[in-house]
Write a protein that binds this ligand. Structure first.
Ligand code: ZN
Length: 337
């Protein structure tokens, strides 16, 4: 096992200094770009080895791209983050002013500490510490930081275009995601890292309706406006179908031993899709891999009595412990039933 990397002290103070720059991308027009430029200069001051050893290029006004050359020629890793924040005003109920960067009780307080200056700092701390240790990555690593993620991320798009133009296809892209937090879900009672592999996007739907004109004193039963309203109303209860990709199932089954009640003994297996030989062969391969990696916990049983620490399960539903656990289970068959 490699020796642990020496961690440079002072990360909290460095995060505090980042928070003190109000890089509010929604307020570009009022505030201008000065704080974004100051943020870039601050990184150069706080991470001297990163700036000495990594090639830097600016992508658009607010995109920062660093290139760390690796020993091999495999496709690169891209570590992403953003340093812009959403607006905050003092009388929004902040414990400490949002851009003061107060360090209190061992924590840094303020706008952007979690989203996303904290995760960005973690990437830079890791690279700086590794460089101090003389580490050379096996493959190239890019650090791609955007300054307008909260206003639709044109810098990140420009960086992606730049990769494409240069014929670079990343091996892995890791962007901001769930934090390591205490009790991340109501049924998990230990600090845990949330794994996210997707992000909701936006969709634009254009609706048009035609109606008969007429005098306001004799309106028709249904107007074009009312039909549009009805269509919008009909769209709203139609989210995308739920899916439980393997990474999510793995995360939940990793949480399971840390939950109270019977969910701690659930296998967390997802149901096979009926009539899908490919799905079932994939599921059995994944299941074999899992079972060879570690002993599987016993599956839940519908016949088992409901757990004592949660309300009785409704008939013919999963016996996973809590209502939350049931809700997060893919379907009643999630416990191997
Ligand atoms: Zn974010």
């Amino acid at each position: 096992m490699p020796d642990p990397v020496t961690v440079r002290p002072g990360a909290a103070e460095r995060l505090s200094r980042m928070v003190q720059l109000p890089t509010v991308s929604a307020e570009f027009e009022e505030r201008g770009l000065a704080d974004f430029d100051r943020f870039r200069d601050l990184l150069a001051e706080l991470y001297p080895l990163v700036h000495e050893h990594l090639a830097f290029e600016q992508v658009t006004d607010v995109g920062l791209l660093y290139h760390w050359r690796g020993a091999g020629d495999g496709d690169p890793v891209v570590l992403m983050g953003h340093f812009d924040v959403v607006p905050a005003v003092d009388d929004d109920g902040w414990t400490f002013p949002p851009f003061e960067g107060r360090i209190h009780d061992g924590s840094v307080w303020g706008r952007g500490t979690l989203d996303d200056k904290g995760p960005l700092l973690v990437v830079l701390e890791a690279v700086e510490n590794l460089l101090a240790d003389g580490f050379v990555p096996e493959r190239d690593v890019y650090l791609s930081f955007g300054g307008n993620e909260e206003s639709h991320g044109a810098a990140a798009r420009a960086a992606a275009d730049l990769f494409q133009d240069r014929g670079i296809t990343p091996w892995l892209v890791l962007d901001e995601g769930g934090a390591v937090v205490d009790a991340p879900l109501p049924f998990v009672h230990v600090p845990a890292a949330m794994v996210g592999v997707g992000e909701k996007g936006i969709v634009t739907v254009r609706l048009s309706a035609l109606g008969e004109g007429g005098h306001a004193s004799t309106p028709p039963a249904t107007t074009a406006t009312a039909r549009i309203a009805r269509a919008v109303h009909r769209l709203s209860p139609n989210p995308f179908p739920k899916r439980t990709p393997r990474s999510l199932r793995t995360m939940l089954s990793t949480f399971a031993p840390h939950t109270r009640g019977r969910s701690g003994s659930c296998s967390g297996r997802s149901p096979r899709r009926r009539g899908s030989p490919r799905a079932s062969s994939r599921a059995s391969t994944a299941s074999r891999r899992r079972s060879s990696a570690r002993p599987s916990p016993p599956p839940c049983s519908r016949a088992a009595p409901p757990p004592t620490c949660s309300p009785p399960a409704p008939p013919r539903r999963s016996t996973c412990a809590s209502p939350w656990a049931r809700r997060w289970a893919p379907r009643p068959r999630a416990c191997g039933a």
